[in-house]
Design a binder for this molecule. Sequence first.
Ligand code: X8Z
Ligand code: ZN
Length: 599
Amino acid sequence: MVAVGAFQIAHAAETASATKPAAKSKPTVAEAERFLNETEAKMEKLNLDGGRAQWVAQNFITEDTEALATYFGEKQLSLAGDAALAARRYNGLKLKDDYARKLKFLQLTLMLPDAKEREAYAAKQAGLNAAYGKGKYCPPGGECMPLGELEKVLATSRDPAKLKEIWTGWHAQSPAYKQMYVDYVALSNKGAREMGFADTGALWRSQYDMPPEAFAAEMERIWQQVKPLYDSLHTYTRYKLRAAYGPDVVPATGPIPAHLFGNMWSQSWENIYPLLKPAANAGNYDLTKVLEERKTDAKQMTQYAEKFYTSLGMRKLPETFWERSLLTKPRDREVVCHASAWTLDGKEDVRIKMCIRPTDEEFKVIHHELGHIYYDLAYNKQPFLFQGGANDGFHEAIGDTVALSITPDYLKKIGLMDQNQQAGDDVSELMQRALAKVAFLPFAYMVDKWRWDVYAGKVQPADYDKTWWQLREQYMGMSRPGPITANGFDAGAKYHVAADVPYARYFLAHMLQFQFHRALCKEAGYTGPLHRCSIYGNEKAGAKFQKMLEMGASKPWPEALKAISGEDRIDGQALVDYFAPLKTWLDEQNRQLAAADKK
Ligand code: X8Z
Ligand code: ZN
């Protein structure tokens, strides 16, 4: 199954006549077990066909591949729905834990009884993916630019007018598929309600081994833990952006325009590190420059990442990974460039699809993607229904945990940094990390806050942008670079909204990766500051990691968390502790800057 992808309808199965019970007989445990075993086998088979159709649809965007993806999407929905309904019959039985868990999984899905509606749902899902993948901004009189090129301008230009043009150009794409999204949401909700959920948002929140309301409360609890750190970083960033762009562009109070953060969604601020770097002792090492100068190609980038995993005692990637993955953007066809990791057969046929560029940011993303792949490979002996993350946040956290070990010392070890090159001091190291990890937090929270409200019908299509920007302002402290447009669809300019991939997973992953990192560094016997810890080459830490990965989705996630960290709660404290020295520094800077402002 696709590690990141359209709403996962992997949990599909067929009610074969062999398992269909006589209408009046009472369900038995033996019958339930047989049903689950047979269902799982059928799902596995269809999943491979569906995965292949999706793979080609995203690798070669054409009408034909879109139709194929729709065809199999409908089939998967149909099987998932049948299985979910058939599963209900066994709900009251006292089953062994594994079977009870599988029975629950089968019912966490959409069910659309009408074939026409299933087809419409699948067609819109494929259509939205394709539309996003093909998106471009065509400047007046200039050549059309795909997203990757637009992102490069946002990362490197410091001309606010140019930044605004690029930002606005990309956000002008999504209104074209807004109606498709609106119709898709309606169908999705219908399918969720058939299964007894209030709406699709409630279905999403039900996937965490706790009631949906408890999950929403957990998200808010964690956000409150990390919010003070974000606020400190935002305040400091405002001062620096004002210094760079002037008071006409960056106001002294209130939200900051979203096009100035070096990223299309202002979800990561790494690219504006040069504007923010702490003046004294700031490291001037630039990994992007090194990768560019050395002409490090996409395969080499991937090999660096593979080498990290094998240094932990994990296996090499299968030969077919290299043969079948897409690592660079093809020139002659349209593809969905947003990075993703896939397992087609649930065994060895793993691949990634990513348009790799030689940058520091993408160096981390490739480690992220291989995290999905190594998780997939680790749990490939689990039964099909347990071939998944302990929860989706775990899946997103694996590669990020590894990437937290990309430290200056590690880069020296692998020859990407000169031995005598000076690393930055603690504050500048932490600042760089915070611009990726802390800046991201409110975005990771608000995307699904918006979607939960959309799915719940609390936000109508006419108000999509109004609510989107209310949340952007409330949580991120940002504003739209220009006025909201009539019938706009700014949320749809983000891949995960267009492709309907839940986003709370990334919020969880940002907590989990600091919990994992802390636990693995401890396992490795490391006792220094955690931002200097790299578990590279430590097989003891690797073994601990691997043990959790192999569990897949077979146990409730607190057990998986316990296996690696001894904790059973997803918690923001590990992240807060990691950045504590930066928080102290930021607060002192902010105090001084405020005092200077008053003079
Ligand atoms: O989508 C991704 C990965 C694939 S699962 C590249 N990420 C989120 C994003 O790009 O918005 C990684 C971090 C957040
Ligand atoms: Zn991912």
